[in-house]
Design a protein around this ligand. Structure first.
Ligand code: NAD
Length: 320
């Protein structure tokens, strides 16, 4: 091996050794910082979005609807976007009953780039330029989890992963021109704690989380500090009836209480407006994830199988 290669290897080993030696100190400092912030309410106060225009995808039902209502409560005009117009119109009605903001329902499939281009034109002309984008629309389940059809796998990839590239291409340029805005992506804890027999879902959610991490770096490099990119990673919610039914059947609520869509929306919107970058629900999951990441991968795999493997086997048995 050449001298240069040996030096590079030694340099890398030295970095790892320094990081390993410092990690207890860094973990303690990070925990103290969090605790200090909580005790003395140091986290920044939520920014106002009165009069801004938000596009909320998948807002015709579940978490998307709850987020649309939460944003409307904060004075934001809402474009309620869904493939299901009955659901979207119902969300608009609920917004108009509780808030004095403008709201309109739009039919668009987030996996179709051209429909999103048209959507942007329509929303700008009806409500104004979009400065808040909520990427919420998602598909949660395959019909057959163990052996899904290729077309179903592709559709989940299109909606849960590819669509985030299309919405970004369509809506981010305006925010860049205005040098401000919010982009909130609803990912899932499944992207960090994988769900067996739900691999497409797990992979698409891990992909969107990574996408948003890279996007944050790009915006930082372009000095666009007032465009906030936030990723929410909830656990199972009481939002989609089928998922709620299955999680009740396999008694996930014995591990932790299910969070309602309204509670989740409140926490997520508040965090986004405070400039949080990643929000895990429940919050304890963040600590668990960080601690687990320190373990060898074989231990992580074993721990996950022990903690939830049999529950997910049951989950599949119930569906198939
Ligand atoms: N429900 C949970 O337990 C849970 C947990 C973690 C993360 N999430 C995530 O939260 C988001 C919302 O989940 P939910 O439980 O409210 O789902 P939901 O099924 O109740 O609602 C999803 C909405 O998205 C719409 N939609 C689906 N495909 C679309 C498309 N191609 N274009 C436009 N709209 C489309 C549907 O019509 C529906 O109104 C999803 O991204 C999901 O992955 C949900």
């Amino acid at each position: 091996m050449s001298m240069a290669k040996t030096l590079v290897k030694l340099q890398a080993l030295a970095c790892v050794a320094i990081l390993a030696a410092l990690s207890p100190l860094l973990v303690t400092a990070a925990l103290l910082w969090k605790l200090f912030g909580k005790l003395f309410c140091l986290s920044s106060s939520p920014k106002s979005i009165v009069g801004e225009v938000a596009v909320v995808t998948g807002a015709g039902h579940g978490l998307g609807r709850a987020i649309a209502l939460e944003l409307a409560d904060k004075g934001c005009h809402i474009a309620v976007v869904d493939i299901n117009m009955t659901g979207a119109e119902s969300t608009v009605k609920q917004i108009q009953e509780k808030a004095k903001v403008r709201a309109k329902a739009y039919k668009a499939d987030v996996s179709n780039y051209l429909e999103l281009v048209q959507l942007n034109r329509d929303v700008v002309s009806d409500l104004g330029p979009v400065t808040v984008l909520i990427n919420n629309a998602g598909i949660l389940l395959h019909r057959n989890s163990v052996d899904p059809e290729p077309a179903e796998v592709q559709q989940m990839i299109n909606v849960n992963l590819a669509a985030h590239f299309w919405t970004r291409m369509v809506f981010l340029p305006t925010m860049k021109a205005m040098r401000r805005g919010y982009l909130l992506t609803i990912s899932s804890l499944a992207g960090l704690f994988p769900l067996p027999y739900n691999t497409t879902y797990t992979a698409t959610k891990a992909g969107t989380t990574a996408h948003m991490r890279a996007l944050r770096m790009e915006l930082a490099l372009e000095q666009l500090k007032d465009i906030h990119v936030c990723t929410a990673m909830p656990t199972f919610l009481e939002a989609n009836e089928e998922v709620t039914h299955l999680t009740n059947e396999i008694k996930i609520s014995n591990l932790y209480p299910l969070i309602s869509a309204k509670q989740a929306a409140h926490r997520i919107v508040d965090g986004m407006l405070r400039g949080e970058r990643e929000i895990m629900l429940p919050g304890l999951a963040a600590l668990l994830y960080r601690l687990m990441s320190l373990l060898p991968v074989s231990w992580q795999d074993r721990g996950m199988v022990l903690a939830s493997g049999s529950r997910f086997k049951q989950f599949c048995a119930l569906r198939n």
